[in-house]
Design a protein around this ligand. Structure first.
Ligand SMILES: [Zn+2]
Ligand SMILES: [Zn+2]
Length: 464
C-alpha cells in the first residue's frame, strides 16, 4: 500500500520486508478525559492496522502511556491522591472508550514508570557517544551534534531559534538542546540515576520503548500532527544518534480535529470528551464520523457531521437487514446480476484504502454499492447467490472499517405475523376487496415495512 510520509513529504509505497509490520503510535498522557482529537488518531491507526491485516500482513502495534509527568503530578496534588492513581484511572477510561469504539488492542502498552532502567541506560549511551551532556543533575541532548536535526519537521536549527520555538536556559549549552533527564528535589517524585534523583524527559521514553519492543528501525511511526515537532523530531535524533539507523521508514501523522474551525485542545477549552459523547451517540456513529474525511486533513467536528454519520449508518443497517431477509428466500432468476459485481466493488474499496488510506473514497464506494443493492431489491432482481455475496462483501468492508452491526434479527414470531397479515391481504384481493388490501399495505408502510406485489406473489422488506 501507499502512505504519505512526513519525512519525504510524499506518498510512498510502504516497505514490506517479509516480517511483521511494526507500528508505534505515541499514546496518551493519562491526566484527564480522552477527547475527540486524540480519538481520531487512534481510530485512524486502527483502520490502517485492520486494512494491513486484511491484506495478509502480520502487524505488531505498540502504544505507550506517559504515566508520569508534570500535569499528572499537578492533578494528583489537586485531588489529594497519588499520581499513579490519576494515571490508572484515565488508562482504564482509555480502554473502556477504545473497546466501545472497536479499536483493536495494541500488542504492548509500555509505561514510562515501568521502563526507567532502560531509559537511564539509553541516556547513558548517548552521553558515551558524545551526543548528550550532564549539567547540574540534568542531562541534555546537544542538537548541533546530530547533523540531520530538523529533517522530519523540515526546518533548520537556526530557524528554530529565530522563531523562538526553543527555550534558552542557564543549564543548557545551546537554546535548542532538549532535556533527556530532569533533576528533582528530594521531596519530589523521581528515580535515582547516575546524575542524581530525577525524571525522564518526554521524548526519551518513546525512543527507549521503540528500541525495546520493536528494534532499531520500525515500519510506521504514527501520532497526531502536533507531535511532528518537537516530539518526533527529538525522538528521531535520540534514536538515530544512538543506532546510526533510521528510526522509522514511514512517519504518518493524523490531522487535527477542529470545532468552529479552531483546533480542539484542552488549552483552548473546546474539547468534547469521549465519555460524554458516547452517552449521547452510538459508537458506530462516532467512529464513522471520524473516518469520513481523509486522515491528513483537518476534521470539523459538530452535530451535522454526527447526524450525517447516523443517517449513513441507518442506510447500512437497513441494507444488511434486507439482504438477510432476501437470502432466506429463493427468487426466480431472471438472469440479472449486480453491476458492478460484489467482487469488483470490494476490489475498488481495497484500492482506495491502499492509496494513502483514502477512507472517504472507500466509503463512497460502499454507499454506491448499497444504492446498487437497493435498486436490485426494489426491482426484485436480486438473486439469492448475489444477495449472499453482497452480504459477505458488505461485511468484509465493514470489518476493515471497524463498524460492527449485530446480526439483524426479526424474531421468528414477528416474521410469521407479517406473513400472516400478507396472507389475509391476499385473501382480500381475491375477494376484490382492494380497499382493505390497500389499507394493509399503507399501514405496514407506516411501520417501515414495504410490500410489493410481484409475479411470484407479495414480497416485503424494510424501508431503505
Ligand atoms: Zn500489502
Ligand atoms: Zn512519542
Amino acid at each position: 500500500m501507499k502512505l504519505y510520509n512526513t519525512l519525504s513529504r510524499s506518498v510512498e509505497e510502504l516497505t514490506i520486508n517479509g516480517g511483521p509490520i511494526r507500528i508505534y503510535v505515541c499514546g496518551l498522557t493519562p491526566q484527564s478525559h480522552i477527547h475527540v482529537g486524540h480519538t481520531r488518531t487512534f481510530v485512524v491507526f486502527d483502520v490502517l492496522r485492520r486494512f494491513l491485516e486484511y491484506s495478509g500482513h502480520k502487524v505488531i502495534h505498540v502504544q505507550n502511556f506517559t504515566d508520569i509527568d508534570d500535569k499528572i503530578i499537578a492533578k494528583a496534588k489537586e485531588l489529594g491522591i497519588q499520581p499513579s492513581e490519576v494515571a490508572e484511572k484515565y488508562i482504564q477510561e482509555y480502554f473502556e472508550v477504545m473497546d466501545k469504539l472497536h479499536v483493536l488492542r495494541a500488542h504492548y502498552y509500555p509505561r514510562v514508570t515501568q521502563n526507567i532502567p532502560e531509559i537511564i541506560d539509553f541516556v547513558n549511551r548517548l552521553i558515551d557517544r558524545g551526543y548528550a551532556y550532564v549539567s547540574d543533575g540534568d542531562v541534555y541532548f546537544e542538537v548541533r551534534k546530530f547533523k540531520d536535526y530538523g529533517k522530519l519537521s523540515h526546518q533548520k536549527v537556526d530557524e528554530l531559534i529565530a522563531g523562538a520555538r526553543v527555550e534558552p536556559s542557564e543549564k543548557k549549552r545551546n537554546p535548542e538542546d532538549f532535556a533527556l533527564w530532569k533533576s528533582v528535589s528530594p521531596s519530589e517524585i523521581g528515580w535515582p540515576s547516575p546524575w542524581g534523583k530525577g525524571r525522564p524527559g518526554w521524548h526519551i521514553e518513546c525512543s527507549t520503548m521503540i528500541k525495546k519492543y520493536l528494534g532499531d528501525t520500525i515500519d510506521i511511526h504514527g501520532g497526531g500532527q502536533d507531535l511532528i515537532f518537537p516530539h518526533h523530531e527529538n525522538e528521531a535524533a535520540q534514536s538515530e544518534a544512538l543506532t546510526g539507523k533510521p528510526l522509522a521508514h514511514h512517519w504518518v501523522h493524523v490531522g487535527w480535529v477542529t470545532m468552529g474551525k479552531v483546533k480542539m485542545s484542552k488549552s483552548v477549552g473546546n474539547v468534547v470528551n469521549l465519555v460524554d459523547l458516547l452517552e449521547r451517540r452510538e459508537s458506530n456513529v462516532v467512529r464513522l464520523a471520524l473516518i469520513s474525511t481523509h486522515y491528513r486533513g483537518p476534521l470539523e467536528f459538530d452535530d451535522t457531521l454526527l447526524d450525517q454519520a447516523e443517517a449513513n449508518l441507518k442506510r447500512i443497517s437497513t441494507a444488511l437487514f434486507n439482504l438477510h431477509q432476501r437470502v432466506k428466500k429463493d427468487v426466480v432468476d431472471r438472469g440479472e446480476r449486480l453491476k458492478p459485481s460484489p467482487k469488483e466493488v470490494l476490489d475498488q474499496f481495497l484500492v482506495s484504502l491502499g492509496e494513502d488510506l483514502d477512507t472517504p473514497r472507500a466509503l463512497g464506494i460502499l454507499f454506491e454499492f448499497i444504492r446498487t443493492i437497493n435498486n436490485a431489491l426494489s426491482s426484485d432482481t436480486l438473486t439469492k447467490p448475489d444477495a449472499l455475496s453482497a452480504l459477505e462483501t458488505l461485511n468484509q468492508m465493514l470489518g476493515i472499517l471497524g463498524l460492527e452491526f449485530k446480526k439483524p434479527s426479526v424474531d421468528l414470531n414477528t416474521e410469521k405475523l407479517i406473513e400472516l397479515i400478507l396472507q389475509l391481504r391476499e385473501e382480500a384481493r381475491m375477494r376484490r376487496d382492494y380497499a382493505t388490501a390497500d389499507k394493509i399495505r399503507l399501514k405496514l408502510a407506516e411501520l417501515g415495512i414495504i410490500v410489493e406485489d410481484t409475479k411470484d406473489g407479495p414480497r416485503w422488506r424494510a424501508k431503505q
